[in-house]
Design a protein around this ligand. Structure first.
Ligand SMILES: NC(=O)c1ccc[n+]([C@@H]2O[C@H](COP(=O)([O-])OP(=O)(O)OC[C@H]3O[C@@H](n4cnc5c(N)ncnc54)[C@H](OP(=O)(O)O)[C@@H]3O)[C@@H](O)[C@H]2O)c1
Length: 195
């Protein structure tokens, strides 16, 4: 595998599986004549570094990251050389050192969790706010519920939707209130204008 200047080669320990992964894996042999590898988020150890890479990214460093795709590559599946592989070559702008308090398995999920963090940022959510997380039991929702509760604090309120069977789980993540999405969520919100 060629390692361009601003990239690192990583021996993958874990790849994060998205909910559509099963469908993508089953579709690949029927859709493409060349090898395609799904999934984008990974953790692992650096085995080779490009010529233009910051010193912190040394061979042997434990890292996590995201295999960045241009929009056109993503939608045409042209460069679908994803994270469910033994090795990946990743742009270091999308790689970070694994935090010492996270396992490699947890770190592979962090790029997905960051989507939740970005949501709080874009929504300018702050202490005391009340927010609704639609899909609180999903990949992004589970991270978002936890981060949202941390940000809004005790005075704020996190309300999340999910299926009935996962309501206890989502409450355990810190949601102040959990709603079964099969109930009339719209009617509920009409009575809760502050969310
Ligand atoms: N994963 C990513 O990397 C990523 C990145 C960017 C954007 N997104 C987008 O973010 C959204 C969530 O993605 P995700 O990966 O977190 O998905 P996911 O893991 O499949 O979670 C889906 C969530 O939606 C809930 N849900 C399922 N059917 C529903 C229904 N009929 N009505 C209301 N809620 C329902 C699920 O609840 P139950 O499981 O309890 O049934 C679950 O909480 C999607 O729009 C996705 O395209 C995802």
């Amino acid at each position: 595998m060629h390692v361009p200047p601003h990239h690192v080669k990583v021996k993958v320990s874990y790849a994060a599986l998205n909910s559509s992964c099963d469908f993508v894996i089953r579709s690949i042999p029927k859709t493409f004549s060349t090898l395609k590898v799904p999934e984008w988020e990974f953790s692992g150890r650096i085995v080779e570094v490009g010529a233009d890479v910051r010193e912190e990214f040394r061979v042997g460093a434990s890292v996590f990251g995201f295999l960045y795709q241009t929009k056109s590559a993503l939608f045409t599946f042209k460069e679908m050389q994803g994270a469910l592989a033994e090795y990946v070559v990743a742009n270091v702008d999308f790689v970070a050192l694994k935090p010492s308090n996270a396992t490699e398995a947890q770190a592979a999920y962090l790029p997905i969790a960051f989507v939740g963090m970005k949501t709080l940022d874009v929504g300018r959510v702050g202490p005391g706010d009340s927010i609704l997380v639609v899909g609180g039991s999903g990949a992004i929702g589970t991270a978002l519920v936890q981060m949202a509760k941390h940000v809004v604090g005790k005075q704020g309120r996190v309300v999340a939707t999910c299926s009935k069977s996962k309501m206890d789980f989502v409450e355990g993540l810190g949601a102040d209130e959990v709603i079964d999405y099969k109930q009339d969520v719209g009617a509920y919100l009409l009575w809760q204008p502050q969310i």
